[in-house]
Design a protein around this ligand. Structure first.
Ligand code: HEM
Length: 238
């Protein structure tokens, strides 16, 4: 009998768990770092440098990001291949959400492959060949140069929106499937909160992307502060 990946209990639970920790957690940190671009190149580059100053960074990347991401993506694609969408028969919101969750997952596989090769490794000929890793002082310039290209910027808007949906609805599915939120009313409130979170994360992500082509993103410039270059005052003689 052929294995049904969508019905394999332990792997399915591991798939859900890797989506929340570490990947979901990573994405919140990543949005925070990207949003530093609102305050200009120096602030963003310093945030990137801080990450690269972390001890054990390579191990954190391999075991905390790349391996969970690879497992989550490949297993997610296997589950999606077994999907039986029924939106044509029953056009309820939850049927559509089922389709969106799978569609965003497949899109994110392509987007993230491009994104990681482009920025982390600088391996997209014709686009960027300077990795951000090891060149934190050029991080803002590298991203900003890419985002001047209209299709790249649009691709990122789509990537950010797809991530926001996939993660926020993923929280809902996780809470329901792990028996954390059980009652019908509680699930309905959680679903609305998840959709709100998807909108919120999309707006923050889009604004962070725009901050690489326009200072302070979509916000009025007065709300963002570039660091002032002050010379340290010498200690007073007593
Ligand atoms: C505004 C949009 C985004 C910008 C400006 C951005 C920027 C960057 C940069 C500069 C890096 C290289 C970091 C380094 O080498 O230190 C990176 C890596 C990465 N990004 Fe993004 N990113 C964006 C959206 C996303 C989205 C939507 C995801 C989806 C989850 C994502 C996931 C990742 C991952 C998994 C890595 C590799 C992490 C690592 O190697 O440490 N990014 N991003």
């Amino acid at each position: 009998m052929a294995i049904k990946f969508s019905k394999t209990f332990l792997l399915r639970k591991l798939h859900q768990l890797t989506g929340i920790v570490p990947l979901g957690l990573f994405y919140f940190v990543h949005l925070y770092t990207n949003s530093a671009a609102l305050n200009g190149p120096k602030v963003f580059n310093d945030h990137v440098q801080d990450i690269h100053n972390m001890a054990y960074l390579l191990f954190i990347e391999i075991f905390g990001i790349f391996i969970p991401l690879l497992f989550h993506s490949v297993y997610g694609i296997l589950i999606s291949a077994e999907a039986k969408p029924n939106v044509l028969g029953y056009g309820y919101a939850r049927n559509w959400f089922y389709v969106f969750q799978r569609a965003t997952g497949i899109f994110l596989f392509v987007f993230l492959l491009f994104h990681i090769l482009n920025f982390r490794f600088g391996l997209i000929p014709g686009l960027n060949m300077t990795p951000v890793a090891g060149n934190a002082d050029q991080a803002y310039a590298i991203v900003s140069r890419e985002f001047q290209i209209v299709w790249v910027l649009i691709f990122y808007f789509l990537g950010v929106i797809a991530t926001a949906w996939h993660l926020a609805y993923g929280f809902f599915l996780f809470a329901v499937d792990w028996g954390i939120v059980i009652g019908e009313k509680a699930q309905s409130i959680l679903l609305k909160a998840s959709l709100g979170l998807a909108v919120f994360l999309s707006l923050i992500g889009i604004n962070a992307a725009i901050a690489f082509v326009r200072p302070c993103g979509l916000l009025p410039k007065a709300l963002c502060e570039e660091p002032r270059l002050t010379t340290p005052t010498p200690p007073k003689k007593v």
